[in-house]
Design a protein around this ligand. Structure first.
Ligand code: P1T
Length: 393
């Protein structure tokens, strides 16, 4: 599938989502649906002699199914699942040592910024934030002890788009690893490893699971050394998901391609409506021609999800009135589920971003973030229209 202008999508994506890692032959009953193996421990015939698994923190058959499928969707050799998106982030940062430095984009999920500023800095690992769309700024931020560049693209919540290939070229000249948080697009719309990234990081909590009922994260990679270190950290830090949750995410991946197409169609319809609305100042949507990185988005991605942010006319008062007036769309944190959500990043998801950074970025009190779900786009547009009218009263 290719929406107008975007790169064509690989048609085998759906087949891989449905079949890879799911081979019925690997279970003695040849069951089509992978079992949920809840056992924490596995019988050994003599000490340290066992059939693939010894203890479920180190490895679990249901988790293996999910991890194989995740790797396949990213064209990766390896996939690893973690107890949350932040758990995946934490594990990647544990590849670094005290005294190391990394470069991160200045617009990131607020919880990631909180972790970098309040915890990682305490480990004597320093971070420099840069505008990921400015390659000179990225190069200038690199030091002798820089070991990682952390990209989130599109960013949360401003939807800035970074050129993954270009940043990887800059990083790899200096033996620096690149990790890309691909939560907003999923591998259906963007495959960072094919653009040169060393690791792809996910909050599976969002589109990948898509049903707002599981917290989980993942990393995929083609780099064997990175994989072995991340696998060791998965077991040693213990940030592992439950087999039941792995089962459910694996099940959700079977419909990822269908859900993402619909999120994109609804997101574009809502984005175009907001762009033309007199009570909206500006819309951030990388799939609309007004977006500053529109051309890059068309080159780099196969489409865009249901993530949009926009500036409502007025300030905090109008933003709060708008959010309280919504009827179909729910005021709540998170994103990527089948239901549409709206929130105000400056007070909610990004409250832990330092105020001066928020101001510099334009993360103001009249910025609203929407996760456009799978309801009828006509109903969503009607709801937005009545809430915008209510904001001005
Ligand atoms: O919530 P968790 O599964 O731990 O994922 C963290 C995370 C990582 N990366 C991105 C881009 C994210 O958006 C998130 C979580 N974000 C929200 C909860 C939110 O409402 O933005």
């Amino acid at each position: 599938m290719s929406a107008a202008g975007f790169l064509p999508n690989d048609s085998s994506f759906a087949t891989r989502a449905i079949h890879d890692g799911q081979d019925p032959e690997k279970w003695s009953s040849h069951c089509m649906i992978p079992p949920i193996v809840m056992s924490t421990t596995f019988k050994q015939s003599e000490p340290c002699v066992f059939k693939g698994y010894d203890y479920s923190r180190s490895g679990n058959p249901t988790r293996d199914v999910l991890e194989s499928c995740l790797a396949s969707l990213d064209d990766a050799k390896y996939g690893l699942a973690y107890a949350s998106g932040l758990g995946a982030t934490t594990t990647v940062i544990h590849l670094l040592n005290a005294g190391d430095h990394f470069v991160a984009m200045d617009d990131l999920y607020g919880g990631t910024v909180r972790y970098f500023n309040k915890i990682v800095k305490r480990m004597n690992i320093n971070v420099t934030y840069v505008d990921g769309t400015d390659h000179n700024e990225i190069e200038a931020a690199i030091r002798d002890n820089t070991k990682l560049i952390w990209i989130e693209t599109p960013t949360n919540p401003l939807l800035k788009v970074a050129d993954i290939k270009k940043i990887c070229d800059i990083a790899h000249k200096k033996n620096i690893l690149v990790a890309v948080d691909n939560t907003f697009l999923t591998p259906y719309f963007q495959r960072p490893l094919n653009l040169g990234a060393d690791m792809v990081v996910y909050s599976l909590t969002k589109y990948m699971n898509g049903h707002s009922d599981i917290i989980m994260g993942a990393v995929t990679t083609n780099n064997q050394e990175v994989y072995e270190n991340l696998k060791f950290l998965q077991k040693s830090l213990g940030i592992v998901p439950s087999p039941f949750d792995c089962y459910l995410v694996n099940r959700s991946l079977k419909t990822l391609h269908i859900r993402m197409k619909e999120h994109m169609a609804n997101g574009l319809a809502v984005g175009k409506f907001l762009e033309s609305h007199p009570l909206v100042e500006k819309v951030n949507h990388p799939g609309l021609p007004a977006h500053p990185q529109y051309e890059l988005t068309l080159r780099q991605c196969h489409g865009h999800s249901g993530m949009i942010s926009f500036y409502i006319k007025g300030g905090l008062k109008e933003a709060k009135r708008f959010l309280s007036a919504l009827k179909v769309i729910t005021l709540a944190e998170s994103l990527g589920g089948f239901e549409s959500l709206a929130e105000i990043p400056s007070l909610m998801t990004h409250a832990s971003v330092p105020p001066e950074q928020r101001e510099k970025l334009g993360l103001t009190d009249n910025l609203i973030r929407l996760s456009v779900g799978l309801e009828s786009s006509e109903d969503l547009i009607k709801d937005l229209d009545q809430a915008l009218q209510a904001s001005a009263k």
